[in-house]
Every structure is written in structure tokens, then in C-alpha cells.
Design a protein around this ligand. Structure first.
Ligand code: UDP
Length: 309
């Protein structure tokens, strides 16, 4: 992608900020829309190169005004993080549903080519217990967050049918990298290991996740925007399963930390969100773009630790 005018909602967030940097590097004009609710993860030199608006995506008038002349919208603004979502289920859903409506209506009125939407692998719920999941499998959204993301996928599919808007939904699998905050497990373990505090593994630590490096996720997100037709869903997964226990050991070793690894009960509010196994297939992504996430966890963690110094 080059010479496009690209709007990124949630561009000051973790994945959004990495996406913005890559879009700039490729020679695009970038407009960021973000409430800065969780702070601004965009480095100051990047702020100088973009058009920035502190606005809520649910504000339709503002979205209409700010997306004029754009070619593509990346709609990445969301309320997320298990603890925050569990405490604010209604606000989470409202931001998702109302935000998507306002983004979509602005896109229609302004004749924007396509919408790239950040969905979630959380939509799969417990269906990944037997094998890795592909986009065809019946999903199992159980939380306000996953349900609202699934609703928006269906909304985008319907929007194509009724209004001809082309779009893509990206089901991200546990993305990690520099600038992620400690709502998520990897930055939490790194913070604990750095402070010499115990690494708090929840439950048996046998639950698995498919940790995907943020630069790989951004690369996939940009490649998929090249040729958007109809409505399609893509997993963005590393296709490698790691248990949380293994993750703790890996981080402790890479950091030469003397921290203990403790196994404790997960906070009660996480119970609905906890799944025993989650890993995905990126075959569909590969078939479309010739690329799939290829950074192994150890390599990604090493890069992340180096950049955090
Ligand atoms: N986790 C953990 N200790 C922590 C935080 C998280 O063992 O201090 C586990 C959590 O139970 C889950 C996994 O790490 O199985 C990933 O959690 P995260 O909140 O990063 O993402 P999720 O996959 O739940 O959306």
C-alpha cells in the first residue's frame, strides 16, 4: 500500500500504533482517530507525521467529517483487556456496535473503498479444544467483547450485501510486542520478572495461546488491504501453540530473572473469559497474500526485550 489516505481508529493503541508507523513507512498519509483513553502509544516523532484527532468513534458527525477523502479505514478502536471488559460489559458492547455503525455510515457517505476491522480470536470461545481453528468453524462467542465483535462481522457482511461496501475482519490471536500494556499476559510476566516478583500463572498453566508478533500482524493487515472484495474473515495467527507455563519459563530464562513461577487461581471475573486452548490456522491468509506470521515466540520476545531496554 502506498500513496493512500488511510484513517486508523484506535491508532494510538497498541496494534494501531504499530500499524500507523508501517503505513507511514510505506508512504501513506495517515489520519488517527483515538480517544486516548489508555494513553498515547504513538512516539512523538510519529505524531509529527500524522493528522491526529482526539475523538470517539461513536461520534458519527465527527467520523463523517474526518474520513472525507480517505481511501481506506482501519477500524481498530475498541475497549479491551479481560479485566476492563469484565468490569464494563455494556460500555464494551456499545463502543463496538455504535462505533462500527458510525464508521460504516461515514464510509458509505464518503464513498470509501474498504474497511479493515480488528475482530478477535476470542470469537472462537471453547471450540479450539480439539485442533487449530480456521475461519469456517462454528464460532462460540461467550463474552460481551467477543459477541459484539461477532455482531460487527455479521454487520459488515450485511453491509456488503445491502450497500456494496467491501471489508475484511481480522481475527487476531494474542498479539504481543513493544508498547503493549500489562493488561495482557506477556507484558505482565516481563514486568514481574524485571521486578523480581513471582510470575503469576493462572490455574495449571496448561492453557495454551497462539502468540503472534505485532509486526507480523501489521504486515498481514496491510497485505490484506491490497485487494478487498466482498466481506472476508481472516485469522491472524502464528500457528504455534504455547502453554502459559512454558511462556513463564521462557520469559524468566530470557531475562535471567530469579523470580519464582507461582500457580494461582485466576481472578473470578476472568472465569467466563478463560479458554483452555486457542490456536489458529493462517492458511486462508496465506492463500490470499502468500504470507503468514512467521516470528517464533522466542525470537519475538527477544526483539521485544531488546526494544524495551
Ligand atoms: N494469564 C496468567 N497470568 C496473568 C495474566 C494472564 O496466567 O497474570 C493467562 C490467562 O489466564 C490466559 C493467558 O494468560 O490463559 C492469556 O491472557 P491474556 O489476558 O493476555 O489474553 P486472553 O487470551 O485471555 O485474551
Amino acid at each position: 500500500m502506498k500513496d493512500k489516505r488511510v484513517v486508523v481508529t484506535g491508532g494510538a493503541g497498541f496494534i494501531g500504533s504499530h500499524l500507523v508507523q508501517e503505513l507511514l513507512r510505506l508512504g501513506n498519509e495517515v489520519v488517527v482517530i483515538d480517544t486516548l483513553l489508555r494513553g498515547n502509544k504513538l512516539p512523538s516523532e510519529v505524531m509529527k507525521q500524522i493528522e491526529f484527532h482526539k475523538t470517539d468513534v461513536t461520534n458519527f458527525e465527527e467520523m463523517l467529517r474526518l474520513t472525507k477523502g480517505a481511501d481506506i479505514i482501519y477500524h481498530f478502536a475498541a475497549i479491551l483487556g479481560v479485566d476492563i471488559v469484565a468490569d464494563n460489559p455494556i460500555e464494551t458492547m456499545e463502543t463496538e456496535v455504535n462505533g462500527m455503525q458510525s464508521v460504516a455510515n461515514a464510509a458509505i457517505e464518503n464513498g470509501i473503498e474498504s474497511i479493515i476491522y480488528a475482530s478477535t480470536s476470542g470469537i472462537y470461545g471453547h471450540v479450539a479444544m480439539e485442533s487449530s481453528v480456521n475461519e469456517e468453524i462454528l464460532v462460540d462467542p461467550r463474552t460481551s467483547y467477543a459477541m459484539a465483535k461477532r455482531y460487527n462481522e455479521i454487520y459488515l457482511a450485511s453491509l456488503h450485501e445491502e450497500k456494496g461496501i467491501d471489508s475484511v475482519a481480522l481475527r487476531f490471536f494474542n498479539i504481543y510486542g513493544v508498547r503493549q500494556d500489562n493488561r495482557m499476559v506477556i507484558p505482565r510476566f516481563i514486568e514481574q520478572a524485571a521486578a523480581g516478583r513471582p510470575l503469576t500463572v493462572y490455574g495449571t498453566g496448561k492453557q495454551t495461546r497462539d502468540f503472534t508478533y505485532v509486526s507480523d500482524a501489521v504486515k498481514a493487515s496491510i497485505l490484506l488491504a491490497e485487494d478487498v472484495k466482498g466481506f472476508e474473515i481472516y485469522n491472524i495467527a502464528n500457528e504455534r501453540e504455547k502453554t502459559i507455563g512454558e511462556l513463564a519459563v521462557e520469559i524468566k530464562e530470557l531475562m535471567n530473572s530469579s523470580s519464582e513461577i507461582t500457580f494461582i487461581d485466576a481472578p473470578k471475573k476472568r472465569y467466563d473469559y478463560e479458554v483452555g486452548r486457542r490456536y489458529g490456522s493462517s492458511e486462508k491468509l496465506f492463500a490470499q497474500t502468500g504470507y503468514k506470521p512467521d516470528t517464533e515466540l522466542k525470537e519475538g520476545l527477544t526483539a521485544l526485550l531488546e526494544m524495551s531496554k
